[in-house]
Design a protein. Sequence first.
Length: 95
Amino acid sequence: MGKAKDPHYIVIRPVVTERAYQTQGNNSYTFEVAPHANKAEIKDAIESLFEVKVVGVRTMHKRGKARRRRFVVGRTRSWKKAIVKLSPDHTLEIM
């Protein structure tokens, strides 16, 4: 398995925010994923890492926001977010 197809390189981290917690009622979980990963790769990675059944994957690119620190203007980094819906008989204990 190549480095690009390794599940640990596709799924970077779970997103732990209040908004991400709200989707857990629908059995959906939010992850930061590699920008090059497609939905099929994300589904396979989640299933192999957490041993669950994935029903659907929704992805979006989050653009970096403009930020200032005193006189210096910069941007936060851009990243890709995936919302993964699991089968009703599976759950994750990551949050």
